[in-house]
Design a protein around this ligand. Structure first.
Ligand code: CA
Length: 185
């Protein structure tokens, strides 16, 4: 699986990364909330490990923003022992499970596998025909240009993120047309 670890204790983050890589998982590290959000926005992960106490943007806010933006990647939160209100708040904001520090790597791996396997509720793909968009998840039919979604964000292109569902177009304007359009601005 592809795992994003957002944890500012670098020693802990590196240790988890090393352990996961030994199990043949691919791991990305972020040492603060902003960096974590950026990675989650650009790349696809099977699970996100999220520490709650983070610099810049804390774990609660990271979870809230991810879910608010429609990102449903399973989240395993890491928190201090007995921080029950934190756990409840984290779960309310959309985290899927939690682990209290300190924990063993075996326990971490087991929890992570479970959240990733359980996954997020599968969101059916939007269907698009000409200017009509059908969203089975929200039971909506939208006529006209759909509002921008995560996958349509052009910034994922230069970084070669897996842009799996870029909107398909029946007609693609030629280079000349594009140049003209740009020039006319
Ligand atoms: Ca921390």
């Amino acid at each position: 699986m592809r795992v994003l670890i957002i944890e500012d204790e670098k020693g802990m983050a590196e240790l988890l990364k090393k352990g996961l890589e030994e199990e043949n998982h691919r791991v990305a590290l972020a040492f603060d909330g902003l960096e974590g959000l950026e990675l989650a926005r650009v790349y696809e992960f099977d699970a996100i490990v999220l520490d709650l106490m983070l610099p810049k943007v804390d774990g609660f806010e990271v979870a809230r923003r991810l879910r608010h933006s429609g990102n449903q990647t399973p989240i395993l939160i890491l928190t201090a022992r007995d921080a029950v209100p934190d756990i409840v708040k984290g779960l309310d904001l959309g985290a899927d499970d939690y682990l209290t520090k300190p924990f063993s790597f075996e326990e971490f791996l087991a929890r992570l596998r479970t959240v990733a396997r359980r996954g997020s509720a599968p969101r059916p793909t939007r269907l698009q025909v000409a200017d009509l968009t059908l969203d089975p998840a929200s039971h909506q039919a939208i006529r006209g240009r759909p509002s921008a979604t995560k996958r349509e964000n052009p910034s994922c292109e230069p970084r070669q993120a897996p842009c799996s569902s870029l909107p398909s177009r029946t007609t693609v304007p030629g280079r000349e047309a594009l140049r003209e359009r740009r020039g006319s601005k």
